[in-house]
Design a protein around this ligand. Structure first.
Ligand code: ZN
Length: 409
């Protein structure tokens, strides 16, 4: 019935377009147009080529609200059963990792709880956590498996991730992290990696449950040499890889990940100059996880200056997990990244939008407000984007809430 060129036109908005990590790309009193789910035009309102109602089927008054790209949480273990608050209390009381493990804590306690949980129970617990993420303006989230360590439970976890995507307004990237730790059924690392390569990975990939492959490279987990066959198998299947690397020690995981053109290497407290050079050359994103650094009361910080010097894109994420970072609020992690690691406001914003999109291989379609990218936004009632980081407990407005459709002539 109408032949307007755009579907929706947002007016009286303030935009933070996030074109880079040293510029928020602010446009005040802006207009933003959508056509077929993509951004078709944006700029100052007075630069609109004609009267709004002649341009779009629907005009929306944003009443000076801010629009940013939807936030992207590019590293989470959001799907798990139970929680480890008892362990948290033990740690505060001064008990060691070994004592906690002996008392039935640690990662294997989450493995046990997740194996025992029904699909429905696992879904319910995870959905509750996801809801908090969404209240913080998240529109894309990565969820890893890795608390199953057997075919059935890894499948159950990734199915839950898939169900969450079907039932909530969010894009979910599913990552297989079967190489998280050695399951109790295996005494030999090589045999378990072989089992992942031959059974778990190909079967779950065939079911459409795997978008990327991740692993934990650390003294207490797997070495680069042990992980090599897994990355080779992922590449054979055409799947991108990521790596938990140099969190507690320097195992030169970054170099190996770079050889496989990893999308990201994550944690990086102990990465050295050679590691930084390798990921810079490979175009790999550095994902920093200040929540785990904070909860574990670490003192070795990732070399942010060195990463900047080599122009490595820096993303940050919640690392939401029951052991070392039970956090669902991405803005809190932005705050930690600024206070603990010295990121600027501009870098923290780019780290959960522009660079987080690249860490998931989605930089062509999301991560900034620019023409051609998907219309996935967060709306905020603030007077400047710094407030989201500065004032803990600032939540995004539900999409289109309180925005009124009015006539603009
Ligand atoms: Zn992690």
């Amino acid at each position: 019935m109408s032949n307007q060129q755009w579907d929706t036109l947002y007016l009286n908005a303030n935009l933070a377009t996030i074109p880079s990590d040293d510029d928020l790309g602010i446009i005040n009193n802006a207009a933003l147009a959508i056509k077929d789910g993509k951004i078709a035009w944006l700029g100052a309102r007075q630069a609109l080529p004609a009267a709004p109602t002649t341009l779009a089927n629907e005009c929306v008054d944003c009443a000076q609200q801010w629009i940013t790209p939807g936030l992207i949480d590019c590293h989470t273990h959001l799907v798990y059963a139970g929680n480890r608050s008892r362990e948290f209390a033990m740690r505060l009381a001064g008990q060691s990792y070994a004592e906690i493990a002996k008392a039935g804590g640690g990662i294997l306690s989450t493995v046990q709880a997740t194996r025992q949980a029904s699909l429905e129970a696992l879904y319910q617990q995870s959905a509750q956590r996801l809801q908090t993420c969404l209240q913080c303006g998240v529109t894309t989230i990565e969820i890893k498996s890795g608390y199953g360590l057997d075919l059935d439970t890894e499948m159950k976890m990734l199915r839950v991730a898939q169900m969450l995507e079907q039932n909530f307004p969010v894009r979910i990237q599913k990552t297989l992290l079967a190489a998280h730790t050695l399951p109790p059924e295996f005494s030999q690392v090589e045999a378990y990696i072989e089992h992942i390569c031959q059974q778990i990975l190909p079967q779950l990939y065939a079911q459409g449950l795997v978008d990327a492959v991740d692993a934990f490279c650390e003294k207490i987990a797997f070495s680069t040499q042990q992980l090599e066959p897994l990355f080779a198998r992922a590449k054979q299947l055409g799947l991108p890889v990521k790596l938990h690397a140099e969190q507690l020690s320097n195992q030169h995981g970054a170099q190996m990940a770079a050889r496989y053109q990893a999308l990201s290497v994550d944690h990086l407290e102990y990465i050295d100059a050679a590691g930084v050079q390798a990921i810079a050359a490979a175009g790999t994103v550095a994902v920093l996880l200040p929540g785990a650094f904070y909860y574990l009361q670490e003192t070795q910080k990732p070399p942010v200056e060195l990463l900047r010097q080599y122009k490595v894109p820096i993303a940050i994420a919640t690392d939401c997990n029951p052991g070392s970072s039970p956090i669902t609020a991405l803005p809190w992690v932005m705050n930690m990244a600024c206070i603990l690691f010295g990121l600027t406001i501009e870098q923290a914003w780019a780290a959960v939008t522009l660079h987080a999109a690249k860490a998931l291989g989605l930089e062509q379609c999301i991560g900034s407000l620019s023409v051609g990218k998907l219309a996935e936004f967060a709306f905020w009632e603030i007077s400047h984007p710094a407030e989201v980081i500065y004032q803990l407990g600032t939540f995004a407005k539900p999409a289109n809430a309180d925005l009124t459709k009015v006539k603009f002539d």
